[in-house]
Design a protein around this ligand. Structure first.
Ligand code: ATP
Ligand code: MG
Length: 669
């Protein structure tokens, strides 16, 4: 228990009831969870498999697992669950798929799959597909609020909500018929399962005897329910959170879940931590001063013994080009002159679009970087399309891949045909591909629909035979030509340049496939295209893992993605009105959430914080003047070293928001 301060120790050792650790950034909340897992296993004799810790990101869960393993003093961490809510949900669904009525090997629809399905459904019903983003978002909100399509329809008043609710109903039917779940279902489905099957819940309650949750302020309703169900009456629960870091309201997060704990568990113990172990006093003071502008019912004290530190630099550049270039130069300078490792520097921004120019400048200065949350090669739509075709060639039973490609390009196979095919295949327990050749299919749908499906399957089988009898690469190239994929890309790209870039990606994948096949055949002349495709799929997965691996590169990420992380040097970009705070939030008077976002950004820095902003920025092809963010003026001037502003930063009229967190009051009085 060395290194833990008395309050942290108290939080770690308290196991006789539910516990909330509520404290500001960098005070060791996540550390308490990690240490507590080790304590439960080492000191309390609880088996690792009976413990589950829920974190917010995959990265956080990997780090936590590593730390726990090193704290375990050789004891076995086998079976320990450290996962995100979605991964935990997936584990539950996988184990309980029979009770849930799924076939084995159910598919998970990612955002893109969901959008494609919705778009198709809306087209089929002659709805305006411009609304698809709204509909997708609305369905997700309803799912997070645990509303069924029927309930959503009753609630909907505006025409577009009614449209979304109707789409929700059809969408759900399709998902089920496809033996698929979407991202939100990963939490929603287990909650429904546990509510409807107390015996299943009891089994899971016995399995997960102690639950720990990080970043609790950002749980939404369905996540809250899942925790509550799993914990049951036993109350073996530790949650940690910080209301000032609640930044996911747009995804349905409810910071009031913190307050709800006291009502759900009257015996709740609350521990507050006050010492920050992360940042210098100056950085901490800046963060505290900023967040003090948000209404608070509970004044958190946060102090640090990390020394005064350097002033916070504020660099005001001429335009966005200058901003990105300056950051690249600063990083190069820190690296060459001060020997700072690239991995110890991070650049944070409000929106992903800010990274594009930044990437170019970093490349120019030969700064190695890692873009967090960007689109990796294998996540690109055209690569997923082609991989979809390759996957069906290798495994016709891959329903998810089948669905991805069946109407790509259009083959006039509508959603209702697919729904019937899905239902048919679920009833027969066979894959959709195999269902196409069954005689019984004629009873399930019109003859012309069957005919179109069979034409597709026959053609796929033809390609398959070509692959095995002749030159497989030539056969796949023929396949790409047959479907006129180039034409499809041209139709579905925003510009010619974009279309060209996407086709280059396709050819790059084909080159990789060819090279992989040749390499395999060097060892084994009998190796075939199937093995090469499988190998490529494995590279896909490895690539994703590798992407998550932290080599010595500067980290680029959005403020949202930076939650829970820390870096010695942090660059916070675009500190301007309309960017941070974001224009949408200004319009909807939601400045407090933006302030919390800035607070999260500032508190990621351990030693040095540099804030940058531009005087002008190109937007929609026009050069616009930018105003410094109001948040700049909320930082303590004595701790800032402002460069390049010329005149004093102009500050906007500030409108203080309402006390949205006033519901927390009872807890902190
Ligand atoms: P955030 O709110 O940003 O998620 P947190 O409260 O979860 O922060 P941690 O990430 O757990 O804080 O801890 C911040 C840093 O302080 C980490 O580097 C951690 O190792 C260190 N730390 C935590 N507790 C102690 C301690 N008692 N002594 C020394 N260092 C500590
Ligand atoms: Mg944390």
């Amino acid at each position: 228990m060395s290194r833990l301060n008395p309050r942290q120790k108290e939080a770690v050792e308290y196991i006789s009831g539910p516990l909330l650790v509520l404290a500001g950034a960098g005070s060791g909340k996540t550390s308490v969870i990690t240490r507590k897992i080790a304590y439960l296993i080492n000191q309390c004799g609880i088996e690792a498999r009976n413990i589950a810790a829920v974190t917010f990101t995959n990265k956080a869960s990997r780090e936590m697992k590593e730390r726990v393993t090193s704290l375990l003093e050789g004891k076995n961490a086998k079976g320990l669950t450290v996962a995100t809510f979605h991964n935990l949900g997936l584990t539950i669904i996988k184990r309980e798929y029979k009770t849930l009525g799924f076939k084995p090997g159910f598919s998970i629809f990612d955002d893109q799959d969901t959008k494609a399905l919705l778009k198709d459904l809306m087209l089929h019903h002659n709805e305006d597909t411009d609304q698809v983003d709204f509909v997708q978002n609305q369905i997700s909100n309803w799912k997070n609020e645990m509303l069924t399509p029927e309930e959503a329809l009753v609630q909907a008043q505006l025409p577009q909500d009614i449209l979304a609710a109707r789409a929700y109903e059809v969408y759900e039917q399709h998902l089920r018929a496809y033996n698929a779940v979407d991202f939100d279902d990963l939490i929603l489905v287990p909650v429904r399962l546990f509510t409807e099957h107390p015996n299943v819940l009891e089994r899971w309650q016995n399995r997960l005897r102690y639950l720990l949750v990080d970043e609790y302020q950002d749980t939404n309703l369905s996540q809250y329910r899942l925790v509550k169900l799993l914990v049951g009456h036993r109350g073996a629960l530790t949650v940690v959170g910080d209301d000032d870091q609640s930044i996911y309201a747009w995804r349905g997060a409810r910071p009031e879940n913190l307050n709800q704990l006291e009502q759900d568990y009257p015996s709740l113990k609350v521990v507050k931590l006050e010492q920050n172990y992360r940042s210098t006093s100056r950085i901490l003071k800046a963060a505290n001063t900023l967040i003090a502008n948000n209404p608070h019912v509970y004044e958190k004290t946060l102090w640090s013994e990390m020394g005064m530190g350097d002033p916070i630099r504020v660099i005001h550049t001429k335009n966005e080009d200058g901003e990105c270039e300056r950051i690249a130069m600063e990083i190069t300078d820190l690296h060459l002159r001060n020997g700072v490792q690239f991995r110890d520097m991070a650049i944070l921004y409000r929106g992903n679009f800010q990274a594009r120019l930044l990437e170019m400048k970093l490349q120019h200065f030969q700064v190695p970087y890692k873009l967090n949350g960007g689109t990796s090669f294998f996540a690109r739509a055209e690569i997923k399309d082609l991989m979809g075709y390759l996957k069906v060639l290798v495994n016709p039973d891959d329903d998810n891949a089948f669905l991805r490609i069946i109407n790509l390009p259009r083959r006039e196979i509508g959603p209702s045909t697919l729904q019937k095919l899905g239902q048919y295949s679920v009833d027969r327990q066979i894959s959709m591909f195999n269902a196409c050749s069954e005689l019984g299919l004629e009873q399930a749908m019109p003859a012309n629909a069957v005919e179109r499906l069979r034409r597709f399957c026959d053609w796929m089988q033809h390609i398959y035979r070509q692959c095995h009898s002749g030159d497989p690469i030539a056969a796949i190239n023929e396949m790409i030509r047959d479907i006129d994929y180039e034409g499809w890309i041209a139709q579905n790209s925003s510009s010619e340049a974009m279309a060209e870039k996407r086709m280059q990606n396709v050819w790059f994948l084909m080159d990789s496939l060819k090279a992989t096949l040749e390499r395999l055949q060097e060892d084994d002349p009998d190796a075939g295209i199937q093995e090469a495709i499988n190998r490529l799929m494995l590279i896909d997965m490895l690539d994703r893992q590798e992407e998550e691996d932290d080599s010595n590169r500067v980290q680029l990420m959005t403020l949202h993605a930076s939650k829970g992380l820390e870096f010695p040097h942090v660059f916070l970009m675009g500190m301007e009105e309309e960017l941070l705070p974001h224009r949408n939030s200004i319009e909807t008077d939601n400045i407090e959430e933006e302030r919390r976002l800035a607070y999260v950004g500032i508190t990621r820095a351990k030693q040095c914080l540099t804030i940058t902003l531009a005087k002008q920025r190109k937007q929609y092809g026009e050069v616009m003047d930018c105003m410094p963010s109001r948040f700049l003026d909320e930082l303590p001037p004595e701790d800032l070293e402002v460069e390049g502003s010329g005149e004093k930063c102009q500050v906007q009229n500030q409108k203080k928001g309402q006390a949205t967190l006033s519901s927390l009051k009872g807890l902190f009085d």
